[in-house]
Design a protein around this ligand. Structure first.
Ligand code: GTP
Ligand code: SPV
Ligand code: MN
Length: 610
């Protein structure tokens, strides 16, 4: 079939250059049809109905959840594939030791090979989208081409997708091209057809990024960040490179607005690794009376110095792709309540009355379920009913906690940056960095126990600097240098940096801190620090609350536990320092000297405390 013969609904006004890019991809991938997405409700409903008819999505009981669906993926396609994620910079050193580098010329050949004819028998969808509110100085545009209608309906929830974005692109705005295929053509090169499967994907996967040309090509997966290319591929890996070049930040951070009892507003961003509590914190219900948290974003923030010299942030996304297991009316009622309509669930369990269930939702599991693999399940089955990386996709404004200023195109001024992670030991509940450089050192040395958000061994402690290990599109040491340089640009208007840890455990392996809503307590202290209203004492890893400064009113927790949450053992920290030094070595002479100096300063504080 020649491209002219492909049925398409090309809208008026698309410039020649964009048309020829689309035609080039169609020539390569050879779809049966091309559909330009307008982002409308009618289009969404039609695609959802098609996916239901195909069996890929199961409609949930409308009496329980209106217009909600469950999809079960192929069990080999359940999370990000870091081992198949590539940064294809011209020079290997620009990808750095923490990324998989691939030669761009070689990778282009490989990509051409696997994409050749990969959309035969399918429709190719063109999804124009905006990351961030339309027209904002921090916002940017993109186009994802995909052969997956499931990706389309998720992208429409996760971004501002459709006609308005296309019009901005047509008018000449910068945009990032992102090409995606599940890698399961329905017709082969000889014209032999095969049936589709419920979750098409390919054993061979390539999630590739070309930072010099801001291009994304993703092949073989239909799940999450592998396939919704606006998210990690664009908003973090490509955007981090644009941010370095243009003097801003693209970060794996939630964003929220705090209101204190005096009615003052503060904005906080927090970088926690995947499945370490960003969505929970973004929707926190404070247990301290008079405090309010409102959500701006739960996963990604773009931050840029404003005209007044402060750092302004937007949430570039328009939806949440959140972790379901562990979420309950106790841990995150706000998120749960947002999921009662217009939500897509993936890889959770189905109840007999057409609702969804996952581990942690209720204390008692239902007597019978269909598990995420589509099999009968009872509490005796012995395997999880939901996949630990089972997720939901929902529009952000369905959360009752959404902040009134969440779509301010100018962004919100950030007062506080938190770094966090899962640490069983050593890292205290909260500590303030001595200054920006120390904060960068703290971010650079974050380690966290691995979760099910990516393939790999769950629970293993790994370095995850700035929670960006899987998402930094260039050399991590250059990224730290960028943070240090931006600290000089921001000067005394820079946000204050803190490290938090909700996950410290006692000798029996129990979490010592109650977490969730109670996390407002260390945050309250951080706010009062920023406002110049709270005292701190110097400690090994930073400044910790002075005795009596952490508000524990109404919380039943022993002094012994509180002491344990703030224990900083010099011997254990000496090992931390050695491990940080060892970690830094792989970056060679790219390691900023400021970080070497910070390591020496840490060692001096350890010696003082010994
Ligand atoms: P990504 O979407 O993967 O980037 O992750 P996220 O950081 O948004 O993850 P999310 O908020 O969904 O993390 C959920 C996991 O963290 C669940 O297992 C929660 O139970 C756990 N969690 C969140 N907050 C707390 C807390 O304060 N204490 C404890 N113990 N667990 C928490
Ligand atoms: C993460 O893994 O950090 C996520 C989920 O937010 S995904 O979009 O699949 O990367
Ligand atoms: Mn994430």
């Amino acid at each position: 079939m020649t491209q002219e013969a492909i049925p398409t609904n090309t809208p008026a006004g698309v410039p020649e250059a964009l048309l020829s890019w689309v035609n080039e991809i169609a020539d390569l991938t050879k779809p049966d049809a091309i559909h330009w997405c307008d982002g409308s409700k009618e289009e969404w409903n039609k695609l959802a109905a098609d996916l239901v008819e195909a069996g890929t999505m199961i409609p949930l009981n409308p009496a329980k959840r209106t217009n909600c669906f469950l999809a079960r993926s192929n069990p080999a396609d359940v999370a990000r594939v870091e081992s198949r994620t590539f940064i294809c910079s011209e020079k290997e050193e620009d990808a750095g030791p923490t990324n998989n580098w691939a030669d761009p010329t070689e990778m282009r050949k490989t990509i051409k090979g696997v994409f050749d004819g990969c959309m035969r028998g399918r429709t190719m969808y063109i999804i124009p989208f905006s990351m961030g509110p339309f027209g904002g100085d921090i916002s940017k545009l993109g186009i994802e081409v995909t052969d997956s209608p499931f990706v389309v309906i998720n992208m429409v929830l996760m971004t501002r997708a459709g006609t308005k974005a296309l019009e901005a692109i047509n008018a000449g705005a910068f945009w990032v091209p992102a090409v995606h295929s599940v890698g399961y053509p329905l017709v082969d090169a000889d014209g032999n057809a095969r049936d589709d499967v419920l979750w098409p994907c390919n054993d061979e996967k390539y999630i590739t990024h070309f930072p010099e040309t801001s291009e994304i090509w993703s092949y073989g997966s239909g799940y999450g960040g592998n396939a919704l290319l606006a998210k990690k591929c664009y908003a973090l890996r490509i955007a981090s490179v644009l941010a370095r070049n243009e003097g801003w930040f693209a970060e794996h951070m939630l964003l929220l607005r705090l209101t204190d009892p005096k009615g003052r507003h503060f904005h906080l961003s927090a970088a926690f690794p995947s499945a370490c509590g960003k969505t929970n914190l973004a929707m926190l219900r404070p247990t301290i009376p008079g405090w309010k948290v409102e959500t701006i974003g739960d996963d990604i923030a773009w931050l840029r110095p404003g005209a007044d010299g402060r750092l302004y942030a937007i949430n570039p996304e328009a939806g949440f792709f959140g972790v379901a297991p562990g979420m309950s009316l106790k841990t995150n009622p706000t998120a749960l309540e947002a999921l009662d309509h217009d939500t897509i669930f993936a890889n959770v369990a189905l109840t007999d009355d057409g609702d969804v269930w996952w581990e942690g939702l209720t204390d008692e599991p239902p007597a019978h379920l269909i598990d995420w693999l589509g099999n009968d399940w009872t509490p005796e089955t012995g395997t999880p009913a939901a996949h630990p990386n089972g997720r939901f996709t929902v529009r952000a404004d369905q959360a009752a906690s959404i902040a009134p200023n969440w779509e301010d195109p100018a962004g919100v001024p950030v007062d506080i940056i938190l770094f966090g992670g899962r640490r069983t030991s050593n890292v205290p509940l909260i500590a303030q960095s001595y200054d920006w450089e120390h904060g960068v050192f703290v971010g650079a040395t974050v380690a966290s126990e691995q979760t099910a958000a990516a393939e790999g061994s769950v629970g293993a402690l790994r370095r995850d600097p700035f929670s960006m290990l899987p998402f930094c599109g260039y050399n991590m040491a250059d990224y730290w240098a960028h943070w240090l340089k931006m600290g000089k640009v921001l000067g005394d208007k820079a946000p204050k940096i803190f490290q938090v840890n909700w996950f410290r455990k006692d000798g029996e392996g129990n979490f010592m801190w109650p977490g969730f809503g109670e996390n407002c307590r260390p945050i309250e202290w951080a706010v009062r620090r920023v406002a110049g209203e709270a005292e701190a004492v110097d400690a090994i890893s930073g400044q910790i609350p002075a005795p009596g400064e952490l508000n524990l009113d109404g919380l039943d927790i022993s002094q012994e536990t509180m002491d344990a949450l703030f224990t900083l053992d010099p011997a254990a920290w000496s090992v931390e320092a050695d491990l940080a030094e060892e970690y830094f070595q792989q970056f060679g002479d790219k390691l900023p000297t400021e970080l070497t100096n910070q390591l020496a300063a840490l060692r001096a504080r350890i010696a003082d405390a010994s």
